[in-house]
Design a protein. Structure first.
Length: 169
């Protein structure tokens, strides 16, 4: 093996960097799966805004905390908290869904409006992306609102004024 002297094996078990992104649009807040994983997949979170330092934060909390909003669905329960009719099927579905990467959406009007006022949303085509920093001690992710990335959505469907041709055969 004289030809491979000085080489080292590339590790395939490198832990990927967690992406703690928050995408804000007129339709609501969208958090990445890594955000939910870092917070411990809590059922409820509270979203806080610090106007003095231009920061927003998301913190795991209990249902009875002030400003708590639903974050991760507890699998195995129905939408009203009742137990499912078939617990085995619910457990199987929960295991399947837990493996799939899923983003978390918050569409609570009070939360969307509070953050929307701070970011000064002007239309429904603008998307704001924020990358956060994890604070393990507080079990929270802090987003700096000064370093927001602004992007425009492409409208779906045909453009206004476009005439469809009828002579397709």
């Amino acid at each position: 093996m004289a030809g491979l002297k000085g080489f080292s094996v590339v590790s395939t078990k490198v832990k990927k960097q967690a992406e703690m992104s928050l995408v804000f649009a007129q339709s609501g807040l969208h958090f990445s799966k890594d955000t939910a994983d870092l917070l411990g997949k809590p059922s409820f979170v509270r979203i806080m805004i610090n106007t003095a330092s231009s920061q927003a934060a998301i913190q795991a909390c209990r249902k009875d905390c002030e400003g708590a909003v639903r974050f991760c669905k507890v699998y195995g329960e129905t939408h009203r908290g009742r137990k499912p009719k078939d617990p085995e099927a619910a457990a199987k579905k929960a295991a399947e869904l837990a493996e799939k990467p899923q983003s978390i959406n918050i569409k609570t009007p009070a939360v969307v409006n509070a953050l929307g006022k701070y970011l000064k949303i002007d239309d429904d085509k603008t998307i704001y992306t924020l990358i956060g920093e994890f604070n393990a001690e507080q079990k929270a992710i802090v987003y700096d609102l000064k370093t927001v990335e602004v992007d425009q959505r492409n409208p779906r469907g045909r453009k206004k004024g476009t005439v469809l041709s009828k002579d397709k055969k």
